[in-house]
Design a protein around this ligand. Structure first.
Ligand code: SAH
Length: 215
């Protein structure tokens, strides 16, 4: 688990490129600068870890592109101490960025193998989000309500359970669309049953799968 000067240098360059692409939150940039992304990627491909590209993590899933992680984290407006629910743990990288932002992180992954890999790997690099194996469409009612909810897979619609599990004043960030393209959507819960919505352009995530496609 080495994080040497070369890695740190590459990470700094990645952060500079994210700034150039329009990420303005210094807290988010600092968090990206702190998480050793190369450790989330197969050793053989270490040199690709600090390019601004998504990358396969097995089980047909990907670790999101750094720009996307930064963009979603910025929209989420994390305040130290926020209770944040992430849907789609994947490699656990985004969860670590949220931890670096000072959030208390709960994260759900439907894929058993990815869940197990994250459960074993993350404590080794000293990150301890609360990890759950389950269906993100249902959220995490036992631990609700949350200050913020972040969905890191493309959803066909905004799941009602996630809206319900948000505190009033809370923020939900979710890419909504079809299998190819989703619109980054930010929902602010303005009252018990009231929401304001803003959209932030097209992205392309792996799909948020429903129970029928579990295998
Ligand atoms: N946040 C991740 C990348 C997410 S890729 C990272 O930082 O690496 C999307 C993830 O969502 C995949 O791991 C996929 O298995 C998971 N996923 C898809 N449908 C899901 C569902 N219904 N509930 C929970 N996780 C789901």
């Amino acid at each position: 688990m080495i994080d040497n000067y070369k890695h740190k240098g590459l990470r700094k360059r990645l952060v500079d490129s994210l700034r150039a692409k329009g990420i303005v939150s210094e807290a988010v940039l600092k968090a990206i600068n702190s998480v050793p992304r190369h450790l989330f990627i197969d050793n053989a491909f270490e040199s690709l870890a600090y390019r601004d590209k998504p990358f396969p993590i097995g089980c047909s899933q990907t670790i999101s592109q750094p720009y996307t992680v930064a963009f979603q984290s910025e929209l989420l407006d994390v305040v130290k101490g926020d209770k944040v629910l992430e849907i789609g743990t994947g490699s656990g990288y985004q969860a670590c960025v949220l931890l670096e932002l000072g959030a208390k992180v709960f994260t759900i992954e439907r894929h058993k193998q990815l869940f197990n890999t994250a459960r074993i790997f993350l404590p080794k690099i000293k990150y301890k989000p609360k990890l759950f194996h389950g269906d993100g469409y249902l959220g995490l009612p036992t631990f609700a309500p949350f200050d913020k909810i972040l969905v890191t897979a493309g959803a066909p619609f905004i799941p009602e359970a996630l809206k319900e599990q948000l505190k009033v004043g809370g923020i939900l960030v979710i890419p909504v669309g079809n299998a190819e393209n989703q619109v980054m959507t930010k929902l602010i819960k303005t009252g018990e049953t009231e929401y304001s919505k803003k959209e932030y352009g097209d992205f392309s995530f792996v799909p948020l799968l429903d129970e029928r496609s579990w295998g």
